[in-house]
Design a protein around this ligand. Structure first.
Ligand code: OOG
Ligand code: MG
Length: 270
């Protein structure tokens, strides 16, 4: 005899619409964990469906990202398991450009390293094998935005919400022959340092994060393609954005990337 009633399959299409609408409008939704019993598999399926809705509107896949790969981020979120998510071209912010806050809920920025792939990567690869697929490396800022109201950490809710992916800016690309294992990183708001860290905080070396992205892509039915940008995860805690601020990340040897924030967030900051 079954001890419990079988779990009803989640309505992926309906939940994907909720999350996608929240991301489009900047109007947050209640956490799914309050009403749904999603497992991690369901959450990655839901993530794929949310991103598929963007692609149906004409956006294009541009890459993938890792999240919660540093102790600072894991501590900020109260969890220690790296996660994988999908990037689209529509999320790209021009280096030196402006960011309108209107469509975000509670936007924050993170200090990242970006890899540009020249070859596909899938499944179990070592960091050294992952390196052979890298065309170029750049400093990057990620904008994250949770689409949930009164968020309390739930791994499945974050994965379903595409790991809060909301935007990314890429600085100058460099040949991959520089070692990115331990580069100083300083995030500045209006010229004042607000986060300071090292790329070593990203799983000990950002290449480990790239190798893990290949594994998680394969495990979740995704593919890392040539031309994709892969963000390795923030080296520091995320910093909340506010209207009018100039954001700049300087990474030792790789240079700077930044943008100016204009406008108001759709919701009051919490
Ligand atoms: C999840 C996304 C984390 C990173 O770089 O660690 C992430 C979140 O903090 O909402 O992008
Ligand atoms: Mg990130």
């Amino acid at each position: 005899m079954a001890r419990a009633a079988r779990r009803a399959a989640p309505d992926i299409a309906r939940l994907a619409r909720l999350l996608d609408d929240a991301a489009r409008t900047g109007i947050p939704i209640p956490q799914l964990a309050a009403t749904e019993t999603l497992n991690l598999d369901d959450a990655y399926k839901l993530q794929a469906a949310v991103v598929e809705r963007r692609l149906d509107r004409g956006d294009e896949r541009s890459g993938a990202k890792m999240g919660l790969t540093s102790r600072a981020k894991a501590a900020q979120m109260g969890v220690a398991e790296p996660i994988y998510a999908r990037l689209t071209r529509g999320m790209l912010i021009d280096d030196g450009g402006a960011l309108a806050l209107a469509a975000y809920v509670r936007p924050k920025v993170e200090c990242e390293i970006a890899f540009l792939l020249k070859a596909p990567l899938a499944g179990r690869v070592s960091p050294a094998q992952a390196m052979t697929a890298v065309e170029a490396i750049a400093p990057a800022i990620e904008v994250i935005d949770s689409r949930y109201r009164d968020f309390k950490f739930s791994l499945t809710d974050v994965v379903a919400d595409n790991a809060s992916a909301a935007g990314y800016a890429i600085g100058p690309w460099h040949r991959p022959d520089c070692d990115v294992g331990n580069l100083g990183m300083v995030l500045e708001f209006d010229g004042r340092p607000v986060q300071i860290g090292s790329s070593a905080a990203i799983l000990g070396h950002p290449l480990r994060s790239l190798a893990m992205a290949a594994r998680l892509a394969a495990a979740t039915g995704d593919r890392l393609e040539p031309g994709f940008v892969i963000l390795a995860g923030s080296a520091t805690a995320a910093e909340s954005l506010r209207p009018g601020v100039s954001v700049r990340l300087a990474v030792e040897q790789l240079g700077c990337v930044g943008f100016r924030v204009a406008g108001q967030a759709a919701q009051q900051q919490q």
